[in-house]
Structure formats: C-alpha cells, structure tokens
Design a binder for this molecule. Structure first.
Ligand SMILES: Nc1ncnc2c1ncn2[C@@H]1O[C@H](COP(=O)(O)OP(=O)(O)OP(=O)(O)O)[C@@H](O)[C@H]1O
Ligand SMILES: [Mg+2]
Length: 491
C-alpha cells in the first residue's frame, strides 16, 4: 500500500490541483488569469439526489474527504490505474472512518466511498450522469444547476457542484485530456471525453453565472436505421429509400435543428456505403462512427495561446481533395467550407455528405447560400444557387417534435432551377395528424408524395436497385377516401 499517511490524520499539506489528480497531462501552463488551483482540498460535492441525504452525511463526507486529501499522496495516486486507485482510496477511507469513530451503515459507507472516488478520480458529481446510457445531453449551468435530456425531454436534476471552482476544475480536467485548456483568457473550449462524448465549455466572464458545460453523451451502440424505424422516427419504406440514396452515391445534406438527430442520421446513412470505398470524414469533434474498413478521420484544431496553428474545416475539406477520397463526409457544415464541400460533390466525389442547421429543406438551401456568401466568395446569387443544385441531390430533414420524439420529416430532392428559384421535390414527408390526449404524444405518419420516379432513378438503375426503389415508393403511398394517392407537397 502506498500513500503518505500521518498517524493522527491531522497534518495538512498542499494539495495538487484536480487536473493532476487524474493524471491528465497539462499541455500548457495555465495563463496568469487562469483560476488558481484550489488552495485547500476541493469541497466534496453534493450527490445527485440531495433530498435523500442528511446534512450529517455531508458533514461526515467533508471531514473524511479532507482527512483523505491530507493523507494520501495525490501524485502517486495519479500513477495508479483506476481500479488500484479506487482500492487505495477504499482502504484509507475505511481507516479514517475507524479512527474518527464515525458511525455509518455499510450501505452509507459504500455510498460515501463512491462519492469520494468520483471526486478524486473522476468527474465528481457528473459521474452518475455519465454512467447512465439513457441520457442524451448533460447541461451544467454553473455550480448549482444541471439539466439533462432524457427521451427527448429536458429535465432538471438535483446534481450540484460544491462551487464554481470545483466545476471549473472538472472542466479543466476534461479538456486537458485532449491537450486543451479553458480559463478566463481562453474561455471557450471544445473537447471530448475519453468515451467519445462531445464537450463544450464556456467559462466566465463570458458565461455570466459560472462555467457552462454541455456534454453530448456518446452512445456506445450508435443508432441504426432499424432502430430509427422501431422508434417511429422513420417508416420501413423510408429506411429502404435512405439505404438506396446512400448506396447509389447521391450527394446528401442532412438538415435539422440542434439535437434533432442530424449526426445520428448521417452515421446511419453512411452505413450504406460499400466497404471498398475510401471515405474521409472532417469534423470539429469526432463523433461519427463509420464501420467501413477504409476510413480516414480528420478533426479541426483551434488556435493556440498565441493565436496560431488553427486548422479550420475549410482547410480540412480542401486537404481531403488531395487524399484521393471517394466520399467526403463533413460532420457539420457551418461556414465557408460549404463552398469546398459543394465543389467536391461536383467534381467526382459523388456520395459525399454533410449536416447543417436548418428547419426545412428550403431553409437548408438558403443556409448554404448564405454560408457561401459570408465566406467572401464574390459570386452572383444565381451562380451560387446553380452550384447548389448542381451538387446536392437529396436533403434529409430531421426534427425534434414538441413531444420530444425525433422524426425524419422530409426526404427531398433538389431538382434544379426555375428562373432564379431552386426547385425541390419532396419524396417522403411526415405528417402530423393529431395528438394523443392521454399521453400528449403526437400522432402522425410518413407517406410518399406520389413521386414514382425520383431524379436519382437513373443512379438506382445503374446500381440495379430500381425494383426496390419503386416498391418502397409505392408502399409508402397513402390513399385518400376515393382510393387516389395523396399528392405532392413541395417544400
Ligand atoms: N431518431 C432518434 N430517436 C431517438 N433518439 C435519437 C434519434 N436520433 C438521435 N437521437 C439521439 O438524440 C441525441 C442527439 O442526436 P445527434 O447528436 O445526432 O443530434 P444533432 O442534430 O447532430 O445535434 P447537434 O446539433 O448538437 O450536433 C443523441 O443522444 C442521439 O442518440
Ligand atoms: Mg451533430
């Protein structure tokens, strides 16, 4: 057993900052304005369900926690693997409980131990939330308020941090894993947890009420198209159509609002790509999980402290073109890289894909247009529109509806131009028919718009998939009272 212990468990000595406790390499020295490492042991945080724990529990926890911090050598602890470190903490905590004569049940001891291990080794009060697989997002708005998204609904939790300093230390610990830092002088940071969850931190003074930490939880088992069908996000016919679109190398833009399921959908559609194709992905924070054997994953990089070394999405997409890609997949198009992606789509990289934030297929077109215009390309609007229509074949629209459910609301083709206007053609739409008064769940259906031969028919022909396509399209038709198929509704 290691760890310097004082026999009375009373001596105090400086404590290493939490980031070092976890053994995370500090890539750069924090700037002067960075929050100072805690000059005392970090306060033990309050567990998730505060109401169920007594004040005594917190008092005991504080006492035991402080005694532990005074006793162990944190730098030595950081060298151990998680299981050994936990074992070490367990031994010392039991000893402290004995010496201090604390009366506790076995269950309480276990809980205390878990809490303390989380504080010393992990992400403190976040640990129980990170361990749950049903949570999509964790949103921490300062030390005392944490929200989560479960089943499409946002709810408040009882999770609290001791103070903003503890929260900041945890944020720092998270981002230092990927060689970044967050403090007053560099208050915005994107990072990733070791399990792949996407993290964003924005610290004071930009975040007025304390650090805001947002985590998009990584799903170990990424959703597949079959599951989207099971959840009712997509109809079986819709699944078949998307599979064909992915397979026959249509250029696809997945459009949707925040958290509507764009990345998930992109991942699903890319699952239809053949194994022998060379795919290059460009992302701000790598989230896609492609199953194909020939994938190169690229990630952007923010500028360093001196404001240098930034690699933008544009740089990545441009570089892709020199890497002999067969398909380029851009996680999220949000700036002038739209131009490069469209060019790539236009120049022999059929089957490229990307996502963007827009609330309808029509809006997706104008978003692309404005991204290109804001990128400083001095092109007439008509030329930009022509470029878009010449490049994008299909827009798949995702949405999170007001009942929390996520749906694919449109599969829409980009047909061409009529005068100055881009013409779109919906192939499949989701219609809301009503609401279940008991559950508040929306009732709706996916239906085809009666298009028998979409523009990508020829592609489907080339891949020998026309039978499957027409089967899916006719099965998705919904007839009116007179037996006539319900008609088109252009986006
Ligand atoms: N059809 C679906 N049914 C249920 N859950 C879904 C569905 N699609 C996505 N999700 C879940 O919703 C969460 C958000 O999904 P995703 O990351 O794909 O959204 P996004 O639109 O890319 O978000 P952002 O705008 O933040 O990038 C994830 O936890 C994901 O597993
Ligand atoms: Mg996304």
């Amino acid at each position: 057993m290691f760890g310097r212990r004082s026999s009375e468990l009373t001596t105090t000595r400086p404590v290493a900052p939490q980031a070092q406790v976890a053994g995370a390499p500090q890539q750069r020295k924090p700037a002067e304005s960075a929050p100072p490492p805690p000059s005392r042991a970090p306060e033990p945080p309050e567990p998730e369900n505060r109401s169920q724990k007594s004040e005594e529990y917190y008092d005991v926890k504080t006492t035991v926690f402080n005694a532990l911090i005074d006793t162990i050598d944190l730098t030595q602890l950081a060298k151990l693997d998680a299981a050994a470190a936990r074992e070490e903490i367990r031994d010392i905590v039991s000893e402290i409980i004995q010496i201090k004569n604390v009366v506790m049940s076995i269950a309480e001891q276990e809980e205390l131990l878990e809490d303390i291990c989380n504080d010393v080794l992990g992400y403190g009060p976040l640990e129980p939330l990170l361990a749950r697989d049903d949570i999509a997002d964790i949103m921490v708005n300062g030390a005392s308020t944490t929200f989560i998204e479960v089943g499409g609904k946002v709810q408040k939790t009882g999770v609290r941090f001791a103070d903003n300093l503890q929260l900041m230390n945890i944020c720092q610990r998270i981002v230092s894993h990927v060689g970044r830092r967050v403090d007053e002088s560099s208050p915005i940071c994107d990072a990733r947890l070791p399990d792949g969850s996407r993290v964003n931190v924005i610290a004071p003074p930009l975040a007025i009420d304390g650090p805001a930490l947002t985590i998009r939880k990584f799903k170990k088992d990424k959703l597949k198209l079959e599951q989207l069908v099971k959840f009712g996000s997509l109809s079986p016919e819709g699944k078949m159509i998307l599979e064909i679109i992915g397979r026959v190398r249509c250029n696809v833009v997945v459009s949707g609002g925040t958290g509507s399921g764009k990345t998930t959908l992109l991942n699903c559609i890319s699952g239809c790509v053949d194994n022998d194709e060379r795919i290059i992905t460009c992302e701000d924070s790598a989230e896609l999980q492609l199953q194909q054997p020939h994938v190169v994953r690229l990630e952007t990089r923010p500028a360093n402290l001196e404001g240098e070394g930034q690699i933008t999405m544009r740089d990545l997409v441009k570089n892709c073109l020199r890497m002999r890609p067969e398909r380029i997949i851009v996680g999220e198009v949000r700036g002038p890289e739209a131009f490069d992606l469209l060019q790539a789509m236009n120049t022999g990289h059929d089957g490229s894909m990307g996502t963007l934030h827009a609330n309808s297929p029509r809006e997706a077109i104008s978003r692309m247009e404005s991204m290109i215009m804001m990128g400083g390309f001095a092109l007439p609007t008509k030329t930009i529109r022509e470029m878009i229509t010449g490049s994008v074949d299909v827009i798949v629209q995702a949405a999170r509806l007001r009942d929390g459910s996520r749906k694919i609301t449109h599969i829409t083709e980009v047909l061409g131009m009529e005068g100055d206007v881009v013409t779109l053609q919906n192939i499949l739409v989701y219609e809301i028919l009503g609401e279940d008064p008991k559950t508040g769940k929306l009732i709706g259906r996916h239906r085809s718009t009666g298009i028998a031969r979409p523009k990508f028919w020829e592609r489907a022909e080339y891949y020998g998939l026309t039978d499957k396509l027409s089967e899916a399209l006719s099965a998705a038709e919904v007839k009116d009272r007179n037996g006539n198929p319900l008609g088109e509704r252009n986006g």
